[in-house]
Design a protein around this ligand. Structure first.
Ligand SMILES: Cc1cc2nc3c(=O)[nH]c(=O)nc-3n(C[C@H](O)[C@H](O)[C@H](O)COP(=O)(O)OP(=O)(O)OC[C@H]3O[C@@H](n4cnc5c(N)ncnc54)[C@H](O)[C@@H]3O)c2cc1C
Length: 338
């Protein structure tokens, strides 16, 4: 645990936006036995901070980044339990080295294993959900360890039950269990990936991993943003119909029975916001779904920019944009943003 006294602890390095903010205390349990006490002192729970926007100095924060270790539960399958603080990308590489497959397209997504389950991370046609067996952790509301089976985690598009108010910051995930496959079945449904995978190496999982990593690195640096700031809006058939009447050229694709996803990047781009800047916060000039700190952005710059993008898209297209990034209200304004 780390508590710098009344001045607080800098969080600049503990989140990818790199904002100059502090927390009253940074609680860093090294094993599960330290979690209940740390949880009782913490207001927020984070992992590696790659999907959070702190709106200023924060109350005490617990990070699970130092909870480490793997345990094979069943060799056939295989089924493996992974500590929440393991780095996601290291876990993906470990799997490939063991001959365990399924996660290759999720290469190089920043962050920890615990948060990956909270966010149901996804990329290039694959998401975490089908590989999840259960999540284990400390429920500070009822003061008990709980094992939550995959069905009860209610994973959806960048969503899980752990984002609901009764779970958020109440349940510290300490382990995530996965069921993987010993058979490699490459997913090449994304044109970017299909184009770059060499036909003669299609059955090499490392080649797929390296291809995805290379595409990602070209698109976005690991620091200075939190990846996609907004979720792609999901519309019902009638909502889509109404939008298409006004904007026939809007792209969309199926998202489960009777629902359709519209790319938020398109809505932001066509609203003329690419490269738009407030202070040192900017809508990425090539990836309009991403908001970036150009170096000296303040939390206020980023929050004002996020609000401006939401308002502009709402006005232009009549569609609300929901943040994918977790916005953490500051000490001074906790009541107003949650
Ligand atoms: C450059 C870049 C690219 C990205 N690309 C993608 C992408 O392609 N696909 C994608 O899905 N995401 C992407 N992201 C978002 C991010 O990588 C994921 O959301 C990741 O899972 C966050 O991990 P973290 O450990 O940093 O979580 P944090 O940002 O620390 O936390 C995220 C959320 O999880 C909660 N949480 C974290 N740990 C725990 C825990 N142990 N117990 C309970 N709750 C917890 C936090 O309260 C918060 O709500 C990207 C981010 C960046 C910076």
């Amino acid at each position: 645990m780390y508590d710098a006294g009344s001045g607080g602890v800098p969080l600049n390095e503990a989140h990818t936006f790199g904002l100059s903010v502090r927390t009253q205390a940074l609680l860093l349990p090294k094993d599960e036995s330290e979690v209940p006490d740390a949880a009782s002192q913490a207001t927020y729970i984070i992992g590696e901070g790659s999907n959070i926007l702190p709106l200023g100095d924060l109350p005490p924060v617990l990070s699970t980044r130092y909870l480490r270790g793997y345990q094979v539960l069943r060799a056939d399958g295989p089924e493996v339990e992974v500590a929440a603080g393991e780095n996601w990308d290291a876990w993906v590489r470990f799997c490939i080295a063991q001959g365990w497959h399924g996660l290759e397209n999720l290469a190089a997504i920043p962050g920890s294993v615990g948060a990956a389950a909270v966010q149901n991370i996804g990329a290039y046609g694959v998401e975490l959900a089908p590989f999840l067996l259960y999540v284990y952790g400390w429920n500070k509301r009822i003061e008990a360890w709980q094992r939550i089976p995959a069905e009860a985690c209610k994973l959806g598009y960048r969503h899980s039950v752990f984002q609901a108010p009764e779970w958020r910051d109440q349940f510290v995930i300490t382990r995530v269990a996965f069921r993987l496959s010993r058979r490699f079945a490459p997913v090449l449904s994304y044109p970017d990936v299909a184009r770059r995978v060499h036909p003669q190496r299609q059955h090499d999982p490392w080649h797929l991993y390296e291809t995805v990593r290379a595409i990602r690195t070209e698109k976005l640096p690991a620091r200075g943003s939190a990846g996609s700031f907004f979720k792609n809006p999901v519309l019902s058939a009638s909502q889509l119909e109404a939008l298409l009447q006004r904007v026939p050229e809007v792209p969309y694709y199926p998202a489960g029975e009777g629902y359709f996803k519209v790319p938020a990047a398109w809505l932001i781009d066509k609203a003329g916001l690419k490269g738009y800047q407030i202070g040192d916060a900017q809508v990425h000039p090539r990836q309009p779904l991403v908001l970036v700190n150009r170096g000296a952005a303040t939390p206020e710059d980023l929050w004002a920019l996020a609000r401006y993008v939401q308002e502009t898209v709402q006005e232009r297209w009549g569609i609300p944009l929901e943040p994918e990034v977790r916005v953490l209200p500051a000490l001074s304004s906790q009541a107003s943003h949650s």
